[in-house]
Design a protein around this ligand. Sequence first.
Ligand code: COA
Length: 336
Amino acid sequence: MVRARISGIGMHVPERVVTNDELSALLDTSDDWIRKRTGIGERRYADEGVSTSTLAIPAAEAAIADAGLTKGDIDFIIFATLSPDHHFPGSSSYFQAKMDMAGVPAMDLRTQCTGFLYGLTVAASFVRTGLYKNVLLVGAEVHSHALDFSDAGRDVTVLFGDGAGAAVISVSHAEDPSELHSFHLHSDGRYASSLCLEVWDIAAKPYIQHEGQHGVVPPQARWPRMNGREVFRHAVVGMQQAVQEACQANELGIEDIDLLVPHQANMRINELVARGLKLPAEKIVHTIHRYGNTTAASIPMAMCQAAADGRLQRGMKVMLVAFGSGFTWGSVYLTY
Ligand code: COA
């Protein structure tokens, strides 16, 4: 069988830094509360007029360059996001056009915080079967345009930031140790409403419930809502189990993992996962203090940050793990 590997990674964040103090001026919250409960110090916000597909472009260009390829080498695009540009078509269509890559098949993938891991699984399967040679996988989010900046939204609003990450998944040649080894994905739709943004209900007529003559979506449907404690509890258990499954499937001990790159939802979740796995603190990548939760972008962004810091190097045994809305969760084990 053809082996698949990550041949390049890239990231991009908007310039605008939003500190906890800045949010505290808008909402009933504080730097102390946010840092203690989540580990977040600041996040980035995209300017008005910037869409998710636009934010993704520099990240994708960086990943393609890192792979030593050009746009012309890419034969499939996967775009993972929970903040798509529009209802339809998918952000992959807008992104493909802005990248000037007309003709390359492109699709959206909607598995929220686990989007990058589902995307890696699909991309690696395409490469392994010989269907495509170089798949561009993007995880990108513009959360800040869809957050509730009133006190009612403070539990969710302080967590999320904007950002984009990308990877190219390519054929791994015989002499190359880099390989995507295993994929363990899960979902449990019974918890779909534990973290969601409903805006419209296609079962209703009209599908957006209008309030008054100006057609305003009611506040409870306009913003994301979350049962934070339920997410927290399931995340700690699900992420640990997904890493353990991958270790078992690859006959690895926890001590064999060089680097754990978890989805960045909450510093406390990731610390508890590491503690539960008995993984030393220096083997985990944290970026949440700088960027908050960037959902589908968080893992490729964390990989880029770790590579820039010299902590992620070629040949390393790397475990990726995520948990999020859906609920969806899983792990991908790779040699970088
Ligand atoms: N600032 C200040 N106070 C806040 C607040 C904010 N941003 N958000 C909530 N609070 C308040 C609550 O209203 C509550 O007040 P009360 O005791 O007077 O009722 C208090 O803080 C405790 O709220 P609670 O929800 O119990 O806090 P928590 O310890 O569970 O922490 C989260 C809240 C959101 C940080 C935590 O549940 C969490 O991180 N969950 C996972 C979320 C996540 O990862 N989501 C993305 C998944 S991909």
